[in-house]
Design a binder for this molecule. Structure first.
Ligand SMILES: Cc1cc2nc3c(=O)[nH]c(=O)nc-3n(C[C@H](O)[C@H](O)[C@H](O)COP(=O)(O)O)c2cc1C
Length: 145
């Protein structure tokens, strides 16, 4: 199993969520903040945790990865399980726009997550890292099945 937890973050919230998630996982995962595609292309299990900035945009550091995935014909040839977690604020019209865009890009490559993208609203969740970990755990059996 090649299991990566990949974060895209501007201010650190998604990074912290990745760190908390990896600590609580039942299986060992490699945590990477805004890697390039080459670092994760062999993934069999992949969790993306990505927040939204600008007006519904990817964090600046994550954008190159999103573009690499978009321009690759078959970005994750060995992928068996995918899960997407977005962290955003419902104060914005473009609520969680980044993870929704990533879901579209991945779907265009035939890659569907085990469940609909999990959206965390920082206006409701005051500890988004713990929320991300507990929501992942709710789908853990399916993810590792
Ligand atoms: C300048 C700015 C723009 C933002 N734009 C959006 C947005 O378009 N959609 C959204 O859901 N959240 C938006 N947010 C909220 C962030 O996604 C939220 O604060 C998140 O916790 C930041 O995660 P990070 O610390 O990993 O960067 C914005 C926040 C800032 C500061």
């Amino acid at each position: 199993m090649k299991f990566y937890v990949v974060t895209g973050s501007t201010l650190g919230t998604s990074e912290a969520a990745g760190e908390t998630l990896v600590e609580e996982l039942s299986q060992p995962a490699t945590l990477l903040h805004s890697p390039n595609l080459g670092q994760i292309a062999d993934a069999t299990h992949l969790v993306f945790i990505c927040s939204t900035h600008g007006a519904g945009e990817f964090p600046d550091t994550f954008l190159p990865l999103a573009q690499e995935i978009a321009s690759s014909e078959n970005p994750f040839p060995s992928l068996s399980k995918l899960l997407l977690i977005g962290i955003g604020s419902s104060d914005y019209d473009t609520y969680n726009g980044a993870i929704k865009e990533l879901a579209k890009i991945l779907a265009s490559k035939g890659l569907e997550p085990v469940v609909e993208p999990i959206l965390i609203d920082v206006t409701e969740s005051f500890e988004p890292d713990l929320t991300a970990a507990s929501l992942f755990k709710a789908h853990e059996d399916e993810f590792f099945a």
